[in-house]
Ligand binder design. Sequence first.
Ligand code: AMP
Length: 380
Amino acid sequence: MSRVLVLNCGSSSVKYRLLDVPRSPEPEPVVVASGVVERIGEDAPGAPRDHAEALSAALAGLPLDGLTAVGHRVVHGGLTFTAPALVDDVVVAAIAELVPLAPLHNPANLAGIEVARALLPGVPQVAVFDTAFHRTLPAAASTYAIDAATAERFGIHRYGFHGTSHAIVSRRTAALLDRPLAEVNTITLHLGNGASACAVEGGRSVATSMGLSPLEGLVMGTRSGDLDPAIIFHLHRVAGMPIEEIDELLNRRSGLVGLAGVNDMRALLARRATGDPAAALAFEVYCRRIRSYVGAYYAELGRLDAITFTAGVGENAPAVRAAALAGLDRLGIEVDAARNDAPERGARVISPPDAPVAVCVVPTDEEWEIASQTLGVLAA
Ligand code: AMP
């Protein structure tokens, strides 16, 4: 049995999960402990001063004797990392070089790695990247149509995110359908606070909606997703907004919260049920964007076997699943109302029995995927 500590360090929080992984071909992990330490750096009584204090607090009292490894979620691996990496000074320096591409995330991830190395000397540490799963994107899908020399010089490229989620969910979809991963083409829809779509061809990511950063693509809780880039020039020139303010507007005050005043899908659905027109429009915009990506990725894949919903909204909001795929029956995509509305929790199919495209709901488990990739690195 292996014991793996999974750490997800954000700018103001540390999430941790301690997993026991039995030695078996298809291990089911056991969660030994999990939790979150929040409000890092806040000027409030009891708030941890920095990541070192937060992580020490998180690790105190955890049964870490005989710990096999620590797996770290790292948001941006750029083009450097196509796979998880055993952490050493070279890997740390490479993650630090990518900070300009993820100025909020990578410094926090690095802080977690540095503190864990200091607190747990001798325990192997592995960095697992959100971007790595998408390094199989064909050049035509990862290239932005801007001046090639400028793009090359400044790393302008579709990196994609939520890779650990799209990876585990596409594998679990193939398992649910009882088919070999290599033969299954899936569109995975990770709909959480952040949201992204991915076209997975036989287990390989071939298209994804997030790009240089996690701002592009689907409508999210607080992020706009796709928009005309000229909107940014317009806000700068005509509204006189500084770039920092536009950045904040698009990342923190757009999406569902910008349209309807709430970033939480449960709250949005509750408002929509009372007849609030702003909530109704936000819901339509959100679902329509998903439908557009499903159409686009169906065309990219040519043959589609499954569409899989995952994460907080994808797993728990039947209304979103039904509306996002409404009107696509001519494409072989149908949601069975009774199956969709059933209060089940596990991996399941919600399309009618003989539908050409299986519509699925599959719980994601990014911590388990990080733990399993971590053990994979140690075994290699
Ligand atoms: P995640 O980032 O995966 O934790 O997802 C968070 C999102 O899932 C939030 O917008 C929540 O409102 C949404 N969510 C969680 N549970 C439900 C539910 N039962 N119905 C609708 N949305 C939900």
